[in-house]
Design a protein around this ligand. Structure first.
Ligand SMILES: Cc1cc2nc3c(=O)[nH]c(=O)nc-3n(C[C@H](O)[C@H](O)[C@H](O)COP(=O)(O)O)c2cc1C
Length: 421
């Protein structure tokens, strides 16, 4: 089998990506405790760029100070300028290997947050999270019976309801972080709105019980995400493309459905969003967020993407296509534009290069053992059962380019700023 389509370039906005293979956003918890990128963050991303991924999407970087306390142990931050130089190191290392890199920026965990110091999380409404045992992937169920740490993560505290002032202020703070991402050199921005995080919670009738303009009918429930997108597009001034990641359905009682997501996605496209990155489920619907069995994984989401394709013209990124044959077919049949790999990119950083070199049989396949994610959730650095080098990339010196430009605001942005356009 030839894999021509996988290696066809594609444009997102004005950004040309050399192939159709992306690394999914994954918070690998490699940052310092206070949210700065480490050498391991740099090398982690650079290693996948070196392995041939055309597009790298970063971990969900926490964009605002209000959201910062509620992360899992460690997370990249961008709520002030001090975070820019080290993020720029990631960007330059990825560029050195010819890939493009988009910053995924998160406005916060909402009710899924657990502050280490016990601070009450905030959400659209005071509805706590609870992961039903049967929604855990089968491989985790025995562990959930015996691990107090995991049991603690399965039930969230009762969040407080966000005020209108906080909503409006967070929208502005978020857009400011996006401008910092441009200074750090990122080629694009991805608004992180999937998996039961704050924007997802506003969208969901299950978690949004508000009676003001942010609750009730879909038009109101999508208002927060729409306003965040409008603020972001205005702040970014077309200098880099802006995409959105959303779950295509909630799979929980009273949760939102694909039909509603189609309406929201179309609205976002009309506002000027340049691509859509689909995902599924939430912490509560964990087995959809992280499909578990090989059979399911290879076909995961392609049906939903086909439905989205009927309403959207912008490129769509689809995760969890671990099998090169399925990826090639999905792209050549026009089902998706880009295939993205999460756990499979942990297991095999050289996935694209091995396909290109005709060594498909040498690809180390992810076995869905969940070690990567479970270790992050309990505060340990992730490891991989099939790739012993994952998590140790910082020891590979060639992943750090010698010559660097440093973080500077692109001239194009300054020009737009000066002319007010
Ligand atoms: C350790 C880990 C961290 C993740 N962090 C994020 C994240 O920060 N943002 C996000 O949108 N998805 C995140 N994901 C989800 C992945 O992007 C992807 O959607 C999911 O793993 C399913 O794809 P896969 O089967 O290729 O792993 C994470 C996944 C893993 C394994």
């Amino acid at each position: 089998m030839t894999f021509e389509k996988l290696f066809e370039p594609i444009k997102i906005g004005d950004v040309e990506i050399s192939n159709r293979i992306a690394m999914s956003p994954m918070n690998m918890t490699f940052s310092t405790q206070d949210g700065y990128a480490t050498n391991q963050n740099v090398a982690w991303h650079a290693r996948r760029a070196k392995g041939g991924f055309g597009l790298i999407i970063t971990d969900a970087i926490i964009a605002t100070k209000l959201a910062a306390p509620f992360v899992f142990h460690r997370n990249l931050y961008l709520h002030d300028e001090s975070f820019i130089p080290r993020l720029n190191k990631i960007v330059e290392a990825v560029h050195h290997f010819g890939a493009k890199i988009f910053a995924q920026l998160s406005i916060g965990f909402g009710r899924q947050g657990h502050a280490i110091d016990g601070t009450q999380p905030y959400a659209p409404s005071p509805v706590p999270m609870e992961i039903p045992f049967e929604m855990l992937p089968q491989v985790l169920q025995p562990l959930a019976k015996v691990s107090p740490e995991l049991q603690k993560q399965m039930i969230g505290p009762i969040p407080r309801e966000m005020t209108i002032e906080e909503i409006l202020s967070e929208e502005e703070r978020y857009a400011e972080a996006c401008v910092r991402a441009i200074t750090a050199g990122f080629d694009g921005i991805e608004i992180h709105a999937p998996h039961g995080y704050l924007e997802h919670e506003f969208l969901s009738p299950r978690t949004n019980r508000r009676t003001d303009v942010y609750g009730g009918p879909l038009e109101n429930r999508m208002r927060f995400l729409v306003e965040v997108t409008e603020h972001t597009l205005k702040a970014v001034r077309g200098v880099v493309p802006v995409g959105v990641r959303m779950s295509c359905a909630e799979h929980m009682p009273q949760g939102f459905t694909l039909d509603e997501v189609k309406v929201v996605a179309k609205k976002l496209e009309n506002l000027g969003v340049s691509y859509f990155n689909i995902s599924d489920g939430s912490y509560e619907a964990l087995k959809y967020f992280f499909p578990e069995d090989m059979e399911h994984v290879e076909n995961h989401l392609l049906k939903e993407v086909m439905e989205l394709k009927e309403v959207l013209s912008i490129p769509i990124i689809t995760p969890s296509i671990h099998d090169p044959v399925v990826a090639e077919r999905a792209i050549s049949e026009g089902i998706t534009d880009i295939a993205s790999l999460g756990r499979q990119a942990i297991a095999e950083p050289d996935w694209p290069n091995k396909i290109k070199e005709g060594k498909v049989d040498k690809i180390r396949r992810c076995n869905r053992c969940w070690q990567c994610l479970m270790r992050c959730m309990v505060g340990l650095y992730p490891r991989c059962a099939v790739n012993p080098e994952a998590g140790f990339e910082e020891h590979e010196s060639e992943l750090f380019p010698e010559k660097r430009k440093g973080a500077v605001m692109p001239a194009k942005y300054l020009q737009h700023q000066a002319t007010g356009k």
